[in-house]
Design a protein around this ligand. Structure first.
Ligand SMILES: [Zn+2]
Ligand SMILES: [Zn+2]
Length: 445
């Protein structure tokens, strides 16, 4: 090889990654105005979980126009009254890995209080036929728009990747039954089973332009439990002829606090919260039963199982001690449709992707974050740790607002707040660039 060829080749090799970044930036630049318009349109037209009809149709039309093979209405819910509005878009590009990217579609029953021209004014009827306002208060409109941008860019950069790319629009994340419904409807049998699953979620306390990631357990499992404490009701003036479930409920609430403090290892994070107590109708009536509603959060499945068993054991023990007969002991019901597994980011994959994100948006903008006890249903898609998965937080807040909040100590509106307000730019640019970079790394030639 002569010297000039060597120098030329060296130059090509050295500039190749830079050139790839530049072409990604140039492509995003071209799409950005349209993406911001799309975001505002979606933001103004939110749909509740299980009712994502128009959002899913729009996403499907977009993905089809970029050349993906798109299947709509994917999703079978336990409750047959709900339609599945899942979208699955597949692009086959030769041999290579299969990568699934997920965006969730649904919004929340929240009345928007932001004073912005594209604020949601949508009102609808919920499952109980009550009129509710609807808002993308969790920013899933950011996710759908980022998926559209990523889809278009990856279709344009087909020469830079190989394998099978699957993009999904998932319904009903807020009710944590959408991912399960898509799997139940053949997401991994009717369509290729992925080797990797990835997703992003916007963050209500990270600056737009930045990303946070957490290797290992990143979010907790969530288990909904109804505990019906049964007694023997009667007249409020004659407690000796009753078994008072209000008092038994009160003792049970205190007794279950020892599950975390005395039965659980301090190295296994877990939460037991009772968010609702219902019992009784009138001051002078001792009711027949009281219902406690629990949410239990854990990372490990064995910890989850042990806590559920402990709640049952303690509730029965307290009721027995109060003299409740065998046939009136408490009933513990796990609400399976509301459960979500923990979210586990494959540590090796996560560190590798964090390095890729650092190259794409600058190392100073990619921050390792602590795990949360909040939950979401993305964890369903990794089939109990069988498929390596990576989920990251996309900063979405105007940087000056983050700074002001840090200075004043006044927290910013959280996700699900009527005042949550993502900054479309550079949130969308960062989302599209980050997700495109992740997929290009996983599927590179
Ligand atoms: Zn949410
Ligand atoms: Zn969300």
């Amino acid at each position: 090889m002569n010297r000039i060829v060597k120098i030329l080749l060296f130059g090509v090799l050295m500039t190749a990654p830079v050139a790839a970044q530049q072409s990604l930036d140039a492509l995003i630049d071209r799409e950005l105005v349209q993406l911001v318009t799309t975001y505002k349109m979606l933001h103004a037209a939110p749909e509740l979980s299980h009712y994502e009809e128009k959002t899913s149709a729009y996403l499907a039309t977009q993905l089809r126009s970029f050349g993906y093979t798109v299947t709509e209405h994917v999703g079978k819910f336990d409750r047959p009254q709900f339609s599945g509005y899942g979208v699955v878009a597949v692009m086959k590009n030769g041999d290579g890995p299969t990568v699934l990217v997920r965006a969730d579609l649904d919004a929340l029953p929240v009345g928007e209080k932001n004073d912005i021209p594209y604020a949601s004014k949508v009102k609808t009827r919920n499952e109980a036929s009550q009129e509710v306002s609807v808002m993308h208060a969790c920013g899933h409109d950011v996710h759908v728009t980022s998926l559209i941008g990523t889809a278009k860019i990856l279709a344009a950069l087909k020469d830079q990747w190989h394998g099978t790319l699957i993009l999904i629009g998932q319904p009903a994340e807020e009710t944590v039954d959408g991912a399960k419904a898509m799997l139940a409807d053949g997401l991994y049998t009717r369509f290729p089973r992925p080797d990797f699953v990835v997703a992003l979620h916007d963050s209500a306390d990270v600056e737009a332009g930045k990303i946070q990631y957490t290797p290992g357990y990143a979010m907790a499992s969530s288990t909904s439990i109804d505990l019906t404490i049964r007694g023997l009701g009667g007249h409020g003036s004659k407690p000796e002829s009753t078994k008072d479930p209000v008092v038994i409920a009160a003792e049970t609430i205190i007794a279950v606090q020892t599950i975390i403090s005395r039965e659980n290892s301090p190295f296994d994070p877990a939460v037991v919260t009772i968010g609702s107590i219902h019992g009784g109708t009138k001051r002078n009536i001792i009711p027949d039963e009281v219902v406690l509603q629990f949410t239990v959060r854990t990372y490990k499945e064995e910890v989850r199982q042990r806590i559920i068993a402990s709640i049952g054991r303690i509730a029965k023990g307290v009721a027995s001690a109060a003299g409740v007969p065998e046939d009136r002991l408490p009933i513990l019901k796990v609400i399976e449709s509301e459960n979500a597994p923990s979210l586990y980011n494959d540590p090796q994959l996560t560190e590798r992707m964090a390095a890729v994100l650092g190259k794409a948006i600058g190392n100073e903008n990619v921050i390792k974050a602590s795990p949360l006890m909040a939950s979401e249903d993305f964890g369903v898609l990794n089939l109990d740790h069988q498929i390596p998965s990576f989920y990251f937080w996309l900063g979405a807040i105007e940087p000056s607002r983050v700074e002001a909040s840090k200075k004043s100590g006044k927290p910013l509106p959280s996700l699900h707040s009527s005042l949550f307000q993502p900054l479309p730019e550079p949130t969308l640019r960062t989302g599209v660039k980050a997700m495109s970079s992740v997929v290009l790394e996983l599927m590179k030639k």
